[in-house]
Design a protein around this ligand. Structure first.
Ligand SMILES: Nc1ncnc2c1ncn2[C@@H]1O[C@H](COP(=O)(O)OP(=O)(O)OP(=O)(O)O)[C@@H](O)[C@H]1O
Ligand SMILES: [Mg+2]
Length: 305
């Protein structure tokens, strides 16, 4: 059974088609990333799936139920992109309120544990109005986790967070995946999506342009890495280029240079070994994310825009 399966899901606001016959499927237990430019229809799709926007046409199944049924909603969590919690309530009261709405018990210890999990330890008795935007977004994440949902929709969950917060959320999402939770993530942060998501879809103008594995989409199995090295000579670079695994591009200072290699991930250790055998010092190897952005821009027709 798929966690989510949509069939021709469509939403039209007056003349504007926000989602246009969307067919998507999300496997259970995966982190699914929905990508697309501003106004692509990402939030509208999520709102239809959580029951906040009434579709103009089409249908969907969520956790094995028709998405119009109430039954699966108890097992779903949702962090909206524009979150706003009652400013007069404390964080603890917000969680208690959402537990009441769900008719699920959430004792104080569990409320504290939830706040702890999203980096709000010890802040439960402060009012929302005194929270920064990032703290409110963290609270929103905790709200999405009330009732231990099996499926969580997160609409740009890190838009207000500092780099530490983004890192913490990445770790939290990976923990949730380990627990078997399915996560539907809307995000503009391509590097986060690349790091976290098992599969992705790209939409634009309400239409699905691509669905599948990000690695397959972008790299076709081949990845690019930036490698910081010292002592790579022209002959060494040539030898690398002629080698079985790597195409090497060299630029920058002669002594310390950054090279780019394109290769299958499993060949990376051999290429590093090859550099070491050439007497080169390797300081850093990191994935080259520019290709992800290139892919995104080419698929959404940047030039046409
Ligand atoms: N309530 C509404 N009334 C009228 N039009 C709407 C409404 N909600 C969304 N739209 C329109 O639907 C389209 C898709 O909007 P949506 O919010 O789903 O985009 P998005 O992909 O989430 O964008 P962003 O990345 O900016 O969050 C846009 O053209 C938007 O103007
Ligand atoms: Mg949106």
């Amino acid at each position: 059974m798929k966690a989510i399966q949509t069939l021709g899901l469509t939403k039209t606001f007056r003349q504007r088609v926000a989602c246009d016959h969307i067919n998507l499927s999300v496997n259970q237990g995966e982190i699914f990333g929905l990508l697309g430019p501003n106004g692509a229809g990402k939030s509208t799709l999520v709102k239809m799936l959580v029951g906040l926007v009434n579709p103009s046409a089409g249908s969907a199944r969520v956790l094995g139920y028709s998405f119009r049924e109430m039954a699966p909603r108890k097992r779903m969590g949702y962090l909206p992109e524009l979150f706003r919690y009652q400013p007069w309530l404390t964080a603890d009261e917000v969680l208690a309120f959402h537990a009441q709405l769900l008719k699920t018990p959430l004792p104080q210890g569990e409320r504290e544990a939830l706040l702890d999990r999203v980096g709000l330890r010890g802040r439960g008795y402060e009012r929302v109005k005194a929270f920064s935007k990032g703290m409110q977004q963290r609270l929103g994440l905790a709200v999405a986790l009330v009732g231990k949902p099996d499926l969580i929709f997160l609409d740009e969950p890190t838009s207000a967070l500092d780099p530490i917060g983004r890192h913490e959320v990445s770790e939290l999402l990976q923990e949730l995946r380990q627990d078997g939770v399915t996560i539907f993530l809307n995000s503009h942060l391509l590097s986060d999506v690349e790091k976290l998501c098992d599969s992705v879809a790209l939409i634009d103008g309400g239409q699905v342009l691509y669905q599948g594995s990000l690695q397959d989409a972008i790299y076709g199995g081949v990845r690019r890495y930036r490698v910081q090295v010292e002592g790579l000579t022209a002959e060494g670079a040539e030898a690398m280029q002629a080698g079985p695994h790597a195409a090497v591009v060299q630029w920058g200072a002669k002594l310390r240079a950054e090279i780019r290699v394109s290769l299958m991930r499993e060949d990376l250790p051999q290429v590093v070994q090859q550099l070491v055998d050439l007497g080169v010092k390797v300081y850093e190897v990191e994935p080259d994310h520019s290709s992800l952005e290139d892919w995104f821009l080419s698929r959404i027709g940047k030039d046409a825009r």
